[in-house]
Design a protein around this ligand. Structure first.
Ligand code: 6PG
Length: 243
């Protein structure tokens, strides 16, 4: 089992810390080999991170941008992950449009999944930024569904809440990433996150977030102290020793 490197921040600092960690990781990859491939998450937690990254020095022209999951809606729909990332980040940075690879939620799900798997190809992602729902889902891989066991690079999945139809990177793709960052905030997720930790520690990961187990890469949790709860304060790292 890969134990997460858990980095806990005061709630008011998670956005700044997340943006700093991601920007530094991108910069390091680009400096060492000229480009990097990242997948971004939907959801409310990363949005302020994307907004914050707009003002930072990040070599965006060298970044290939993918998405961890998408809802089966068009690219302008308020529920679209692409629309959220576009508004908060893409519209404000210097990234060539050919480097932005969205999941085509306007297509029938299986076609969108097939097209995305082709686009992704066999090269692994350098960075996968993911969130966790309070049921333990990550990307659009939901607990107790057959979807999450699919070994496809990209799968059609089903959410228990609308929009129901999703397309998600599969565990196979996520676990081949160079670094998987799991971003979690808020007391409402503390119990589930503790459960994820216990499942990993016991060697029996069941929840999708617990099954983020990079094959050779790193697993880093970026979480706030509310989501961490009291029990893992011993592992707290502050922004000072972030890297
Ligand atoms: C999505 C996601 C999903 C998300 C979690 C956490 O499309 O909604 O990619 O996996 O990351 O549900 O979302 P919050 O950050 O809003 O809690």
């Amino acid at each position: 089992m890969v134990s997460p490197d858990i980095r806990v921040f005061p709630p008011a600092q998670l956005t700044a810390a997340g943006a700093a960690v991601l920007a530094a990781a991108i910069e390091e990859l680009v400096a060492s080999r000229g480009w990097c491939r990242i997948a971004l998450a939907g959801g409310s937690t990363p949005k302020p991170i994307y907004e914050r990254m707009v003002g930072m020095s990040v070599p965006w022209t060298k970044v290939e941008l993918f998405f961890g999951d998408e809802r089966l809606v068009g690219p302008g729909d308020p529920a679209s992950n692409y629309a959220m990332v576009k508004r908060s980040l893409i519209d404000h940075i210097d990234i060539p449009s050919r480097n932005v690879h969205r999941i085509r939620g306007e297509l029938p799900a299986d076609e969108a999944a097939r097209a995305y798997a082709e686009l992704l190809g066999n090269a692994s992602l350098d960075i996968a930024l993911l969130g966790m729902g309070d049921d333990g889902h990550t990307a659009s891989l939901f607990p107790e569904t057959a979807d999450m066991d699919a070994t496809d690079l990209v799968s059609v999945t089903h959410s228990p809440m609308p929009p129901y139809e999703r397309v998600s990177l599969g565990l196979r793709t996520l676990n081949r990433a160079g670094t998987v960052y799991l971003l979690v905030a808020g007391a409402a997720k503390a119990v589930r996150l503790a459960e994820v930790r216990v499942q990993i520690a016991s060697g029996a990961p069941v929840l999708p977030a617990a099954r983020l187990q990079p094959e050779t890469g790193r697993l880093i949790w970026l979480i706030d102290s509310d989501a961490a709860g009291a029990d893992i304060s011993a592992t707290t790292k502050t922004m000072k020793n972030l890297r």
